[in-house]
Design a protein around this ligand. Sequence first.
Ligand SMILES: Nc1ncnc2c1ncn2[C@@H]1O[C@H](COP(=O)(O)OP(=O)(O)O)[C@@H](O)[C@H]1O
Ligand SMILES: [Mg+2]
Length: 324
Amino acid sequence: MAKEMTQGIILSLGSVNADFQVRVDQKIGETTTVLARDFRRLSGGKAANVAYLASKLGAPASIIARVGDDDLSLQALGALKEMAIDLRHVEKVQGATTGFSMIMVPADGKKNIMLSTNANDAWEESDHQKVRVAIAEAPEGSVLVVDYEIPAFIVEVAIKAAHEKGFSIVLDPSPPVRVNKALFFMVDYIVPDASEAEGLTGSRATSAEEGKKAALKLLQDGVRHAIIKLEDGGCVIANAEIILHVPPVEVEVVDTTGAGDAFAGALAVAILEKRTLKDMACFAVAASHAAVTAYGSQPAYPARERLEELFDQISAKVKKLHAK
Ligand SMILES: Nc1ncnc2c1ncn2[C@@H]1O[C@H](COP(=O)(O)OP(=O)(O)O)[C@@H](O)[C@H]1O
Ligand SMILES: [Mg+2]
């Protein structure tokens, strides 16, 4: 497998949050008070998670985001500082509250998240220049990973600026209601989960066949590679030439929080390392697999060795799908 590093970096634009996470044994919503345990205060948010994994895998990462000037920002940024992630483009907005997630993880690991976007939405129209500058100063061969948990106009500015620089663009279309398909011709990789795929294409990706249909629709809409994350942990990846199904391998599911962000982060690293399409997909699937096997988002992210182990198992199972 080629591991040729370029000079590029991972530019991670989107949400940075303080995560408050608990385990719950009861079904949520049945009683007024739900008893919880294993309370943790963690760093989270999509852009934070993506940069964290990239950095853990040895890729240089820089975050473009907004937090508040409050104590929650220390929680959100602490783990990122420890990873030596470039935070020069993370602005503390005066008087704002840092983005906040309340995460409840039931026994099956399928988390419930309540997100208050707070400072993540504290961007003004006049801030577009700051985003442009952050992207303009990144070296050739960089990869922009962006989600929609920030105002859509900032996503748009970033995609245009990265496209002009010839950077690869990975879009996490979450939440799908904010997504502007007019930008898709500039998007190199889109990475919806099954429900986001439904929001974008109208058909839910409940199987590899359904995932393929959703992927083909997204290609028609103009993206270069459509990657549908399936609920079983596998994915379908399609471009104009080829469609691949990466089936899951069995792992013990502890907590799925942040597994999709691990997918996006690992994909970005694989792009930076100029891996093949098949290897990119397997690397990303390996990362999301590892992420579901432990509690929390960032604390569950794998080191490279564990990732390569899973990669080898997953890679052996990839199948080609036919367009019709
Ligand atoms: N049983 C499982 N085994 C492996 N991976 C799983 C399993 N269940 C879910 N996943 C993966 O977890 C990820 C969840 O992604 P997503 O819904 O985007 O989560 P988030 O946005 O919270 O990070 C997907 O990549 C999915 O394939
Ligand atoms: Mg996701």
